[in-house]
Design a protein. Sequence first.
Length: 74
Amino acid sequence: MIERIDAEKCIGCGQCVRLCPLDALRLNEEGKAYIAYPEDCMTCFICERACPSGALYVHPFKEQLPSVFPDSDA
């Protein structure tokens, strides 16, 4: 999921907003990107790769997944 957008680095180009397939990002009144709907992020990294100033950081995992097999004391 999108973890953070560095407002100092954001140049307000809007690339991340235009390319987000789930519309999770917006530009604020100052023209800086912000995370409007973090729960909608599908961790596709499109915004992070498209950002020319490196202002976005997408965490590699959306959530902690449970283990496939339960622990056993056998």
